[in-house]
Design a protein around this ligand. Structure first.
Ligand code: DX5
Ligand code: ZN
Length: 218
């Protein structure tokens, strides 16, 4: 299985101090930062997009930005996110009928490509061809739309299914993940761990990051 990567979700940060919050995560041991882009169409909420990403990329040079695109037309934002410093562009399979061409356009812009599945989408929606072309597969463990929700355990078997089919790929879990729910995620084979509330709300972000990482690498 690939190495553990912790990707704190900046949706749970204090936006007024965004650059400082990002630096705090990097100092605390995070490899990536997870940015939740919501467009008010694919999901009801609106959060942030390329202009905010641009500030973070400049404020935290060299940071790997894991952009989770909860948007209705994922093909539309590839260039803007690439220009703003995105490192990985992860779109939802439910939002497109042509995942392969979006993956190609993401790679053409020098970013890694991720494909996400929502709780009601089976792992088989990731075909062998799509899985092979993508760099990362994201199994949502809450319904996309907001932070701080309860972890949905019935999504976890999909992680194991995908790990079996794609042993070398990064497999990310996102939603309600923290010290209390990491064990099942790690056992199922996820190696990229998104956590918002559990990290930003902790007394010591560093300790939570270290413990999540240790569990995945165990
Ligand atoms: C949900 C987002 C998640 C969320 C995670 O739509 O994709 O990334 O911010 O936050 P927590 O860890 O608080 O569930
Ligand atoms: Zn997310």
């Amino acid at each position: 299985m690939p190495r553990a990567i912790i990707s704190p979700s900046i949706l749970a940060s204090d936006f007024g101090q965004l650059t400082a919050e990002c630096n705090r995560m990097i100092k605390g041991g995070a490899e990536w930062l997870h940015m939740d882009v919501m467009d008010g169409h694919f999901v009801p909420n609106i959060t942030m997009g390329a202009p905010v990403l641009s500030c973070v990329s400049k404020g935290v040079p060299g940071i790997f930005m894991d952009c989770h695109m909860m948007v209705a037309q994922p093909e539309k934002w590839v260039n803007d996110i690439a220009d703003a410093g995105g490192s990985l562009y992860c779109f939802h399979i439910e939002a497109t009928s042509d995942a392969l061409s979006i993956i190609k356009s993401i790679h053409d812009r020098g970013m890694k490509a991720g494909v996400a599945i929502s709780p009601d989408t089976p792992s088989t929606a990731i075909t062998d061809e799509i899985g092979a072309a993508a760099d990362m597969l994201l199994v949502m463990t809450v319904y996309p739309g907001r932070g701080g929700q309860k972890f949905i355990e019935r999504c976890v078997p999909k992680v194991a299914e995908l790990r079996k089919r794609f042993p070398e790929k990064d497999i990310e879990v996102d939603g309600g993940v923290g010290p209390k729910t990491i064990d099942v995620c790690a056992d199922a084979g996820s190696n990229v761990i998104v956590a918002g509330t559990a990290i930003f709300g902790a007394v010591s972000a560093e300790e939570v990051i270290a413990s999540l990482k240790a569990t995945v690498n165990a």
